[in-house]
Design a protein around this ligand. Structure first.
Ligand code: ZN
Length: 466
C-alpha cells in the first residue's frame, strides 16, 4: 500500500466565515453556527486566510500520489484536495468516495453545437447520482463537528437524496420537509431507502421555509440548505479535480446549468482559489444556462438592474433547476463577471433535444444537465464561443434521476407544464426530434432483422444528417 501523502492541512484557526456584502464584510469564527450574516443577513463565504503555504508543484505532486492510495480520504475526489478545505487534519470526515467523476469526449454533442470538440464532466456519476454529494460530504462533516443530532433540508430533489445518504453514513437523523403533494418520485425513492424522515407539511413552500427558520434556533439541528457555505466548499473542489484530470490545462469555457446557482458559485470560487495558489494562471470563462421558464438570473444578466427579481411560478420540466428565487445569485454573478462569462436561457424543446443528443454519445443525464449543451450551441451560433474553443460542459445529474421524461420524449408524449390558458395541449407538445421509440415485432429471426433494418433507416449513425 502506498503511504498516504500528508501535507499541512488548513487549520480551522486559518479559516473564517466572511459576509460577502462588501459594505458589511463582517467575519466570524469558522465553527460559529450561522447560516447568514447575523449583522446584515448577507450570504457567508468561507475564507482561508492562511491557506496552505505549500507551493503549486508540491500540491500537484501530492494530489497525484493520492490517486494511487486506498485511504478513504484520498479516494474521495473532494478530500483528496483537502488543502483547499477549512477542516483540521483530524476532522471526522463523512465520505462516500464522492467526486472522481469522469471527463468524456463527446463528438456527437460537439458536432451538434458546431464545435470541433466538447468535453463533458459528468457530476451525475457521484454516489447518489448528482453533483450535490461533493458539497454534502463537507456540510455533513461540519454538522458532526458542531455536534448536531439532526440535519434538515426542504427539498425532495437531489439535495434531499444526497443529504439522506450522508446523514445515514454519519448516523445522524435526517429530516426532509416538503409542502404536501410536491414529492418527486425518483428522488424520493432514494431518501426513503437511506432512512430519512420525509415529512409532508400542510402548507406551501413559504410555510416550509418559516418552519425551518424556527427549527434552526435549536442547537441540535443543523440546516443543510443551499446557502450553507460548507456545501460550496466541497463543491469548489470539482474545479480542482477537473483541472487535475486535464493536466492543469485551463479550458477556454466552462458551462454549467443554473438553478439555485450554488454550483456556479462553487466553480467560480474554486477556479479563483486555484489561480491565487498559482496552480493555474488564468480563469476559464464561466457561463450559466437556465431554462426559459425559470430564468431570473438570465433576466438580471441581460438587464440594467443590479438586483435579481424572483419569479413567482417557475416552470420547466428540468425540475432540478425549477427555482424562481435563487439564493446564491450574488456569488454566481461575481463568478460570471470575474471570468467574463455569459448567462442565458434555453427553451424546453432545446433542452429535450440536447439531452437526446448527449445520449447518442453514450452519456445519460437528467434534463437540467442538458441546458449546457443547448446553451453552448447558442453561444457558438452567436460567436461568443469559437468553433475551435476548448469547452467543458458540466452535467449535474444522472439519467436515472428522471426516467419518465426520457421515455415520454422518445414516444412523443412529452408536454411542457405551461399554464397559459390560451395554449392547447398540442401547443405544449415537445417534439421528439431525435426520438427513438421502442418497436413491437414478431418473435422470428426475419422480423427482428427487418426491425433492425428499419431502425437503422430511421436512425442513421450520423444523427446530424437526420
Ligand atoms: Zn454582513
Amino acid at each position: 500500500m502506498i503511504e498516504t501523502e500528508k501535507l499541512q492541512s488548513v487549520a480551522p484557526e486559518g479559516a473564517w466565515q466572511v459576509c460577502i456584502d462588501p459594505a458589511c464584510g463582517a467575519r466570524f469564527e469558522i465553527n460559529e453556527r450561522f447560516y447568514v450574516c447575523p449583522g446584515c443577513g448577507g450570504l457567508l463565504d468561507v475564507a482561508l486566510e492562511s491557506a496552505t503555504d505549500t507551493g503549486p508543484d508540491r500540491l500537484r505532486e501530492v494530489w497525484t500520489k493520492r490517486l494511487a492510495s486506498f485511504e478513504p480520504n484520498d479516494r474521495s475526489g473532494v478530500w483528496r484536495y483537502r488543502e483547499l478545505l477549512p477542516f483540521a487534519a483530524d476532522a471526522p470526515i463523512v465520505t462516500l468516495a464522492e467526486g472522481n467523476t469522469p471527463l468524456y469526449a463527446a463528438p456527437v454533442a460537439a458536432a451538434y453545437c458546431g464545435l470541433e470538440a466538447l468535453t463533458l464532466k459528468h457530476q451525475g456519476c457521484n454516489p447518489t447520482g448528482s453533483f450535490k454529494d461533493t458539497g454534502m460530504t463537507t456540510a455533513v462533516t461540519q454538522a458532526v463537528i458542531l455536534g448536531a443530532r439532526t440535519v434538515v433540508c426542504a427539498s425532495t430533489g437531489n439535495t434531499a437524496a444526497s443529504l439522506a445518504a450522508y446523514a445515514a453514513r454519519a448516523k445522524l437523523q435526517c429530516a426532509i420537509l416538503v409542502p404536501r403533494g410536491q414529492i418527486s418520485h425518483n428522488k424520493l425513492a432514494q431518501s426513503l431507502d437511506y432512512g430519512a424522515a420525509v415529512l409532508e407539511l400542510d402548507g406551501n413552500f413559504d410555510d416550509a421555509m418559516r418552519v425551518i427558520r424556527e427549527l434552526a434556533e435549536d442547537a441540535s439541528i443543523y440546516l443543510v440548505n443551499s446557502i450553507n457555505p460548507f456545501r460550496i466548499e466541497g463543491q469548489k473542489t470539482v474545479a480542482a479535480e477537473l483541472l487535475h484530470q486535464r493536466g492543469w490545462r485551463v479550458p477556454d469555457h466552462v458551462v454549467v446549468p443554473g438553478g439555485n446557482l450554488g454550483n456556479s458559485s462553487a466553480f467560480g470560487k474554486g477556479f479563483k482559489e486555484l489561480k491565487d495558489l498559482g496552480l493555474i494562471d488564468s480563469l476559464p470563462q464561466l457561463s450559466v444556462v437556465q431554462a426559459e421558464g425559470a430564468a431570473p438570473f438570465s433576466a438580471l444578466f441581460g438587464s440594467e438592474a443590479d438586483v435579481l427579481t424572483p419569479i413567482e411560478h417557475p416552470q420547466t420540466l428540468a425540475t432540478a433547476i425549477k427555482i424562481g428565487a435563487p439564493v446564491s445569485w450574488k456569488k454566481a454573478l461575481r463568478a460570471v463577471l470575474e471570468s467574463d462569462g455569459r448567462v442565458l436561457s434555453v427553451s424546453e424543446q432545446e433542452i429535450a433535444d440536447a439531452k437526446a443528443i448527449i445520449g447518442r454519445d453514450g452519456v445519460g443525464c437528467e434534463p437540467a444537465s442538458a441546458t449546457t449543451v443547448a446553451g453552448i450551441r447558442r453561444l457558438v451560433a452567436n460567436g461568443f464561443i469559437g468553433p475551435n474553443a476548448d469547452v467543458v460542459a458540466v452535467l449535474t445529474g444522472h439519467i436515472l434521476k428522471d426516467t419518465d421524461y426520457a421515455i415520454n420524449y422518445h414516444q412523443d408524449k412529452l408536454f411542457t407544464h405551461d399554464r397559459a390558458p390560451d395554449k392547447t395541449k398540442e401547443d405544449r407538445r415537445i417534439a421528439g426530434t431525435y426520438s427513438n421509440p421502442p418497436a413491437r415485432v414478431k418473435a422470428t429471426k426475419a422480423a427482428i432483422l427487418e426491425g433492425l433494418r428499419r431502425h437503422e433507416q430511421e436512425h442513421p449513425g450520423d444523427l446530424l444528417h437526420l
